[in-house]
Design a protein around this ligand. Sequence first.
Ligand code: ADP
Ligand code: UDP
Length: 234
Amino acid sequence: MKKLEQLYEGKAKKVFLTDDPDVLIVDYKDDATAFNGLKKGTISGKGVVNNRMTNIVFQMLEKKGIPTHYVEELSDRETAVKKVEIVPLEVIIRNVAAGSFSKKLGVEEGTKLLTPTLEFSYKNDELGDPFINSYYALALGLATQEEIDTITKYAFAVNDALKDYFAQANMELIDFKIEFGRFHGQIILADEVSPDTCRLWDMDTHEKLDKDRFRRDLGGVEDAYQEVFKRLGL
Ligand code: ADP
Ligand code: UDP
């Protein structure tokens, strides 16, 4: 497979075309941003962790019947993926209150939720990824009802699989964001699953092992990514 011109450069990854029209190559960077790009920095080694972790997680999810964009890991930062049309919804699942949920609803961080929740943000940087519901998504033509139903079903199945996967590495999955795409008419999981997009806390000490260390200037950012890498045996 031949890497052709760059299609897109995002905040965390570069995306390249290939000689196969159905395949892209994603290249994970060490760049980190938070608060819709207002805070910028570098997390050394992050790209390697996020690439490897996403690939291992996506292969695990495939085995559990969730279709993903994963094709082949090409190097420690590069992976071939199916080229999808991204559904412009950030799908967020929560098991424990944290971040914007805690702030908005006045629920202390770390409070276990009685049931997992699902929410959508409209993936639009200019608008700051506003919170929307499925009626907005339908009204704006972002997805069909059938697609929303499939996305919802897959997102909860991803949560069940990830909770167990992280638990065996003594980490609690607090919340995460995933994205889906359309590939030849089918909804598949795309983008990434990494400490950039998940909140992961040590089960015993509740130490944060994710991007909140960067967002909140907690220090030990690189170490946290390396700790996740080590615990998952990546
Ligand atoms: P952002 O665009 O939010 O800054 P990234 O730096 O992670 O994010 O850039 C990767 C971009 O590629 C994202 O916009 C993501 O939605 C998109 N993407 C992820 N997987 C695929 C895929 N399989 N096909 C097409 N686009 C994808
Ligand atoms: N998240 C993400 N990208 C975003 C927004 C959120 O990956 O643009 C992830 C974030 O890492 C966390 C979850 O989604 O695991 C829920 O984030 P929240 O809504 O609490 O927002 P935040 O507190 O990060 O602003």
